[in-house]
Design a protein around this ligand. Structure first.
Ligand SMILES: [Cu+2]
Length: 157
């Protein structure tokens, strides 16, 4: 390998490192909507289910109405998992769509607030701690839980 070739390779490596370093401290923005997917049918097509459901208010099964229609729904954050890099500046924009109120905690990042329908709540922080942190609605367990995954910064950084 000539000196010129070596310089070209070195430059490419340097650019590669520069790109990696820039990516390690990015601004990341996500929207988590409080949603409630719903399904329903009449008992003449599908019988009302009798199997036990997980405990908690996160799954709602409504008895057949006068027309024999029953419904099932579940409360969720629209994103079940959010992955960022350690050091990223993260903004989570919460929007209340379904459900009157969601008392919410982001574990590990000391964030607690109540999200109401028709409102938005923005949380911004630097993801300084690597690990897996739950975003929990205290009302709608066990379904309304998402994961914030903070991947550790590379050891060379
Ligand atoms: Cu909730």
């Amino acid at each position: 390998m000539s000196l010129k070739d070596l310089l070209i390779v070195s430059a490419a490596v340097a650019i590669g490192f520069a790109t990696t370093a820039a990516a390690a401290n990015s601004k990341r923005t996500f929207t988590l909507a409080a949603i409630e997917p719903k399904g329903g049918v009449t008992v003449d097509k599908e019988p009302f289910p009798t199997a036990a459901l997980p405990e908690g208010s996160g799954i709602v099964l409504k008895q057949p109405n006068a027309e024999g229609r029953w419904e099932v729904s579940t409360y969720l954050w629209s994103a079940q998992q959010i992955t960022v890099n350690q050091g990223d500046d993260v903004t989570l924009q919460f929007v209340g769509i379904n459900g009157a109120s969601h008392p919410t905690t982001i574990e590990g990042y000391d964030q607690s607030f109540t999200l109401k329908r028709g409102e938005a709540h923005s949380v911004s922080f630097r993801a300084h701690k690597a690990g897996m942190f739950k975003i929990i609605c205290a009302t709608h367990g066990p379904t309304m839980v998402s994961e914030l995954v903070v991947t550790p910064a590379a050891a060379t950084e």
